[in-house]
Structures are given as C-alpha cells and as structure tokens.
Design a protein around this ligand. Structure first.
Ligand SMILES: [Zn+2]
Ligand SMILES: [Zn+2]
Length: 360
C-alpha cells in the first residue's frame, strides 16, 4: 500500500491529480521507482518533445513550458498543457513547435512526429517507424483545427507537405536527414536525460518560485532552463538541486561546474550538470533576479493577462494579480509586454479568420 506522503511527493514532480497519481502508483510493480524511466524509442520521443518545447519561445506562463502535468504512464504517457487565455497560442506551439518545419538546413520541431488520432482535446502522437506514443492533452479542439488548417495552407503555398498525417517523411524531413543525419544520432544519445527531465518537469514549478522560465538547447546535447526570480522571492539553487537529486524521485545528476556567487550573498548563478551514469547529455541551469519593482509588476501583469492562476501569481511576484506598474526614478519606462502579447494574440486571430474565409 502506497503512503499518502509518497503520493504527495510524486505529484510535486509530475503535477498529476491526487486520484490519478494514486491509481497509477498503485499499479506499479513492487520496488519500481515512482517515476519510471522510459526506454529506447519512447525515451527518444519524450526527449524530442522536451527539446522542441525548449526551442520554441514560451515565456510569461507560470507553468513550465505551458505544461500542467506529465503522467509517466508505462504504455502511453500523457503531457497535459494549459490553454490559458490564449488557446490559439497553445495550438501554434504544438503545430509549429512540435511538428517539423523548415527543411534541409533548418529543421525545427520533431522529424517524423505524426498524429495517430485527434479529438476531444487530445492528440495522440507517435514517431514514424516506431511504437513510441504520447498523448497531448488540453489543446482546445477549435484552436487545434485552426492551427492545423493554417499549416496546411501555408505548406501548400510554399510547395511543402504538412507533416501531421503524412504517411512517410516529408520532403523537408527527408532532406534534413540526408544532410544532417548525425544530429538525430546525437539527440538519441541524450534521450534518457531528456525524458527524465520531461517526466519531472513540474518540480521546476513546485520547487522554485520563478517569475519566468525560458528554455534553450545548446549543441545537440544540452537542455537548458533560465529562471528569473523576483529578488524577494529567490529560490536558492541548492533547494532546486536537492529536489532534482532527491533520493526517491531523483535524476542521478552530477554537478560539473558552477559560476555562482551565492556563497557571498550575491544572486545570479549558472550550474552545469552531467546526465546520469551511462547517459550522456548536459543540463544547464541558470538563475537570474529582477530587482526593479516596476519590472516585477510588469511580470505580474503579463501573468495575469496570460491567465496564470492568481495564487501562483501572488506566490512568485508577491503582489495581487494586475497590480499597477509604478516606475522608479531612472527606469526606461517601457513596459510593453502585455501590449506585445495582445498584438501577438490579435495577429493570430486575424490570420485564422482569413484562413477560414479562404477555406469557405
Ligand atoms: Zn548560486
Ligand atoms: Zn519602470
């Protein structure tokens, strides 16, 4: 029988619901880790999803990479996204961020990712030529239909093939594989670390009170997170490292190097980790602070606009949602994040409306 604290602990890493976690953990074989590791193609698919999400710009959401929970199910894991106030933005993240775009020298997204089935806010995806599966949840259906139609029109216009349901490699994917096949081998080598991070992604939310999380990748082997904190809500790097290397839910990370002045009372640090034994790959964790009151207020407004839960907004910014921005003397005074986000959303809206007119 699994104890309640074990369920609570696991949920901090996965974001699962209480009932969901209890059920999943109850079915695990005796002695299995609470967050099992994926193998082979499955690990590769999950690592590719993490890589693609890190490479697609997602900021101003209190959820890491817009993800609400990751259910590390044995046969078909689930990644649930938060649609927030901009479901079209989420649909674009999936349509352009996860599925391949580009071609010979610039392939963004995941080569060979295909839709197996879609409907009811769920998209089941797999990799061409493998049994690897993943369910993407939380994408509103109308937004997804719009994004898919838009990408089909775009592909037609430039003489490409939209990858979503295409039977084999698209010409772009094929050209990339011929030209840069070694990339994929390198990505495959680091997939154990990528999958392990994705399966624990929510610890970056429950274990650290950042204002903003930006992702990046480097070379073919490094997954990176840059966390920005309000100075008053700083999470010490040791706290997050303890979570990541926790005896029960851990990844066996080995610290490699740090440039950090925390010991001298300063803030702002960067720590590199090597992946677990027998798995190559690096993890690059950066901590920054924002001290200006009006900049923190700007984050607060952006988070409010994007629909972040108010209790989280208060937890990370220390003020109630939508609090006014008052500039301190000497501030540049340009706080246009919300206006920028609004313009982006309006642009998308217009684009979809045009697409619908053309299609009818
Ligand atoms: Zn530090
Ligand atoms: Zn200001």
């Amino acid at each position: 029988m699994l104890s309640d604290p074990a369920i609570d602990l696991c949920r901090r890493y996965t974001g699962e619901t209480w009932a969901g976690a209890k059920e999943r953990l109850g079915k695990l074989p005796q002695g299995s880790p609470l967050i099992p590791a994926a193998q082979g193609d499955q690990a590769f698919l999950e690592a590719e999803v993490l890589r693609a999400l890190l490479e697609f710009p997602t900021t101003y959401t209190t959820r890491p990479l817009r993800i609400l929970r990751v259910i590390p199910d044995e046969t078909r894991p689930v990644v649930r996204f938060a649609a927030d106030s901009d479901p079209d933005g989420l649909a674009d993240l999936i349509a352009w961020g996860l599925f391949s775009t580009g071609g010979k020298d610039d392939l963004r997204g995941i080569r060979g990712l295909r839709i197996i089935e879609a409907g009811h806010g769920r998209i089941d995806v797999g990799l061409l030529g493998s049994d690897a599966r993943l369910r993407l949840e939380g994408i509103p259906e109308a937004a997804w239909r719009g994004a898919e139609a838009h990408r089909h029109q775009w592909a037609q216009r430039i003489g490409e093939v939209a990858p979503f349901r295409h039977g084999g490699p698209t010409p772009g994917e094929h050209a990339f594989a011929l030209e840069h096949g070694w990339f994929e081998e390198a990505w495959r080598e680091v997939s154990a670390l990528g999958s392990a991070l994705l399966r624990r992604l929510l610890i970056f939310r429950s274990g650290a009170d950042w204002l903003d999380m930006a992702g990046f990748t480097k070379h073919a082997s490094t997954y990176g997170f840059r966390l920005t904190f309000a100075e008053s809500h700083w999470t010490h790097h040791d706290t997050l490292i303890e979570h990541l290397t926790h005896p029960v839910c851990r990844i066996a990370l080995k610290e490699d190097m740090r440039t950090c002045a925390c010991a001298f009372g300063e803030r702002g640090c960067r720590i590199w980790f090597d992946g677990p034994e027998q798995a190559v790959g690096r993890f690059d964790l950066q901590f920054l602070t924002d001290q200006r009151d009006c900049e923190i207020a700007e984050y607060n407004q952006a988070l409010t606009y994007t629909g972040s839960p108010s209790e989280e907004n208060i937890r990370v910014t220390g003020r109630r949602p939508g609090a006014a921005v008052v500039c301190s003397p000497g501030c540049h005074g340009r706080h246009d994040t919300v206006a920028f986000l609004r313009r982006m959303a309006e642009g998308r809206h217009k684009e979809r409306a045009q697409g619908r007119r053309k299609a009818s």
